[in-house]
Design a protein around this ligand. Structure first.
Ligand code: RM4
Ligand code: MN
Ligand code: MN
Length: 428
């Protein structure tokens, strides 16, 4: 296996942090022990955290208006894998990459799988794309894909999803994530019930093509690109679809895909209760599907979501969520944003694990409102940076990933060999 960054560089960097890191870790250990929590057990949980990175998040994103590429950004799947490998090498919690087709199409998936393995990476869920028209495509998705009124267009979208499963099998993936842009911009444009039925009929053909150990993750989104209605608009519709399709279908919650102020942590709990919570796309948002960096706007919400996830894991019932970062990095170096987000996610997870759950449940059962809240507040206020840093250092990652990334000069080295990216508007 060939890590992208020199291992000695990381070791040297970590050595310079060792004394203060141990000091911080010991201090936090004493604080946690007063609350009956063993710091080492939290650290071991972090080491087992697995987040996928999206290939499309490795490139600089853009808006409808413009994209401002940076020198050295990746423009093909091989280069994207290299950058995701840098992220994983430094933070140690992003071992898999989630590809999006046809953007990441390859004629030799086995070679790509090998290339990823060489870099220390595996593949997570494959994502289909029927929200754009591709070159040489027979039918347009202008008026929808899986829910299109025209049978041939639906068939084309189904076929693409099945092709994604086929390539995913070769890459070692075990899930297909389906997000469609289908919906309407005008009242009356389509019949709500009939378009949903068409979607379900198409989705069930894709479902039937899933191998036995695969899952289909359905992603809802309230609006964009359709602004009046979307076919899979919210968690309720998503749950209806997942239940109709069968036991291999699950709901995926993307944090930016809800109306402002929606209680996403409660949605997490509801979907878990239904046994249908399959996965997450982490990002943050101020207004809508902003795809801002995880924890940058509302870290408390991220913590409350993890609080529900930890609760769900403890309840069990076969809950094995797949976690991915789904962000658009418009004004930062994508590697730095992914590192910062991985840290925000890991820290929220640790804080949620540090909640005294028995005490919380006792407060809830006795209606001690303030103590129930204080219970969460205490954990949220912890500075758990020493735990996530120690977990990284002990697994070969960097004490300060962004600092080390900058020292490595990775981007400017790559700028000498990678071709420049296009500045055309669009999300990727
Ligand atoms: C969508 C959605 C999907 C992602 C695309 C690029 O808003 O979040 O997960 O595939 O963006
Ligand atoms: Mn998403
Ligand atoms: Mn999105």
């Amino acid at each position: 296996m060939a890590f992208p960054l020199p291992v000695e560089k990381i070791e040297g960097h970590n050595a310079s942090f060792r004394a203060r890191l141990e000091d911080d870790y010991d201090h936090l250990g004493r604080v946690l022990r007063r609350h009956g929590i063993e710091i080492d057990s939290l650290k071991e949980h972090v080491k087992r955290l697995e987040l996928a990175t999206p290939t499309w998040g490795a490139g600089v994103g853009g808006t409808r208006f413009a994209k401002f590429p940076i020198p050295g950004e990746p423009t093909n799947i091989e280069e994207k894998l290299e950058d995701c490998a840098v992220v994983h090498q430094l933070c140690r919690v992003t071992p898999r990459v989630s590809p999006h087709f046809p953007w990441d199409w390859t004629d030799d998936p086995y070679a790509l799988k090998e290339k990823a393995a060489d870099l220390g990476l595996g593949f997570d869920a494959v994502n289909s794309n029927t929200f754009q028209d591709q070159k040489n495509q027979s039918w347009s998705y202008r008026y929808g894909s899986l829910s299109h009124t025209d049978r041939a267009t639906r068939a084309q979208a189904i076929e693409h999803n099945i092709a994604c499963i086929e390539i995913g099998k070769k890459l070692g993936s075990t899930a297909l994530t389906v997000w469609v842009g289908d919906g309407t911009n005008f009242p009356g444009q389509q019949d709500f019930a009939r378009s949903f039925e068409r979607y379900l009929a198409s989705a069930s053909e894709i479902y039937d093509a899933l191998p036995g150990d695969w899952r289909m993750l359905i992603e809802h989104k309230l609006y964009e690109p359709a602004f009046y209605s979307t076919v899979i608009s919210d968690w309720g519709t998503n749950l209806m679809a997942a239940e109709r399709l069968g036991p291999k279908a699950y709901c995926l919650v993307d944090l930016g895909h809800h109306a402002p102020n929606v209680n996403i942590e409660q949605i997490v709990s509801r979907l878990h209760t239904a046994g249908k919570l399959g996965g997450f796309h982490f990002n943050d948002s101020k207004y809508g599907d902003d795809d801002l960096d995880s924890g940058s706007i509302n870290p408390h919400q991220l913590f409350l979501i993890f609080n529900e996830l930890v609760e769900a894991v403890q309840i069990g019932n076969g809950f094995r969520p797949s976690y991915m970062i789904d962000q658009s990095h418009n004004v930062t170096d994508p590697i730095e944003s992914l590192l910062s987000s991985a840290e925000a996610i890991a820290a929220s997870y640790v804080k949620a694990l540090a909640v005294d759950r028995n005490a919380l449940h006792r407060s809830q059962d006795s209606n001690d409102v303030m103590m129930a809240f204080q219970n969460l507040r205490l954990a949220y206020n912890l500075d758990v940076g020493a735990i996530t840093a120690m977990a990284r250092v002990e697994t070969g990652g960097a004490a300060d990933p962004i600092a080390l990334y900058r020292e490595s000069g990775w981007r400017s080295i790559k700028a000498q060999t990678r071709r420049s990216a296009s500045g055309a508007a669009g999300i990727v």
